[in-house]
Design a protein around this ligand. Structure first.
Ligand code: AMP
Length: 361
């Protein structure tokens, strides 16, 4: 059977999820001549307003999945898609990229950490917590102060809490309803960084320069890229990303969140099997940004260049900050990206701004 790849322009790309990442994927796909179908339960979503078609339905909806399966390839803008949805799409003959393995691995913090451990990639020490007894045995080993996170469905610092001592940890575990959790040792990092990496259908890999990330209240606030790092640190990040992409037989763009320790060694925090907020700087700092790169990869096109053309500071616009669009529009140093969300709830990601400076030396 002749390969369906590379997909010709005019092909239909299915995207599960209709948020800002889906919107920017649809814009990038449109630039390359593709059409996009979004599957999203909410009407009037950010992605639906720039995509050719939208299926407004639950992710598990059988009719919607039947319609989505007609797309030439299907991808995701968020990782918490139920595994059953991907299985159903595959049964219907559809091709999903990234596939089931990366999604399943990233959806569960314990399987994710075990995966990294199997690959010889360093992470924080951790223990799976199924009951109060696990806390009593794990906490002394992890140090008295540790981070308790739900195994599933945590993002932007949600579903996690610092604990100090066994009684405190057990109370926190009760507060999350005794849901399966992970307890992580506190990492004494000096910086948080990330690497956005891509793997194409022929197995080629391309990594963008590292970004340095600052969070506020668990939410990404700024990314500065390229981060100033030593060659050794950069090489470590590339080796981590390469190993992860290859072990998962990954196709598409992935974001890998890293902790830098004193001295430059890296630990992995987690990976996101999708385009990533900390990669938005590439939209104005690189010839081919992470969104086009992802579309290229899933469509079986060659990957684009990943070198930086400028130094970029990306700042997220949260909640009412995007109401200040007049000031941003009048600021010649600001490249403004707005997501078209109707409601500016506190802390909600409404847009971002990239500010460029010439690359140093
Ligand atoms: P996460 O939801 O795992 O991405 O964690 C959100 C944020 O919590 C990270 O960006 C870090 O700032 C912090 N964090 C997560 N895990 C650890 C850890 N093991 N030690 C110290 N800080 C952490």
């Amino acid at each position: 059977m002749p390969s369906r790849f590379p997909l010709p322009p005019g092909s239909m790309i299915g995207v599960i999820g209709g948020g800002q990442l889906g919107r920017m994927l649809a814009l990038a796909a449109g630039r390359l001549g593709f059409d996009v179908t979004i599957l999203e339960p909410e009407p009037d979503s950010p992605a639906s307003r720039v995509a050719a078609h939208t299926l407004v339905a639950r992710y598990e909806d059988p009719e919607a999945l039947q319609a989505l399966a007609a797309c030439d390839v299907i991808t995701f803008e968020f990782e918490n898609v139920p595994a059953a949805v991907v299985e159903r799409l595959e049964t219907l003959g559809a091709l999903a990229a990234p596939g089931r393995l990366p999604l399943a691995t990233a959806q569960d913090r314990v399987s994710e950490k075990e995966f990294f451990r199997e690959q010889g990639i360093a992470t924080a020490d951790f223990a799976a917590i199924a009951g109060a007894a696990d806390i009593a045995s794990a906490l002394p080993r992890l140090g008295q102060r540790a981070l308790l996170k739900t195994r599933r469905e945590g993002y932007d610092g949600k579903g996690q809490t610092w604990v100090e001592g066994i009684a405190d940890a057990q109370a926190a575990f009760a507060r999350i309803g005794g849901k399966p959790a992970i307890l992580e040792a506190a990492v004494p990092f000096v910086r948080e960084m990330s690497v956005i990496a891509a793997r194409g259908r022929s197995g080629e890999i391309a990594c963008y320069p590292l970004g340095e990330n600052r969070h506020e209240a668990g939410v990404l606030r700024t990314t500065l890229a390229p981060a100033r790092v030593s060659d050794a640190t950069r090489e470590q990040a590339i080796a981590i990303a390469t190993r992860t992409l290859e072990a998962l037989d990954y196709v598409g763009v992935m974001g890998v969140e890293l902790f830098e320790l004193e001295g430059g060694d890296l630990l992995v925090n987690e990976f996101a099997p999708r385009v990533h907020n900390s990669g938005h700087w590439t939209q104005d700092g690189c010839e081919v940004d992470q969104f086009e790169q992802h579309i290229r990869a899933v469509a079986g096109w060659p990957l684009g260049k990943t070198n930086a053309l400028a130094e970029v500071e990306m700042t997220n616009l949260l909640g009412a900050e995007a109401d200040d669009w007049r000031t941003l529009a009048a600021d010649p140093s600001a490249r403004v990206w707005l997501y078209g969300k109707r409601e500016a709830r506190a802390g909600r990601k409404m847009g971002h701004v990239n500010r460029l400076r010439p690359l140093e030396g």
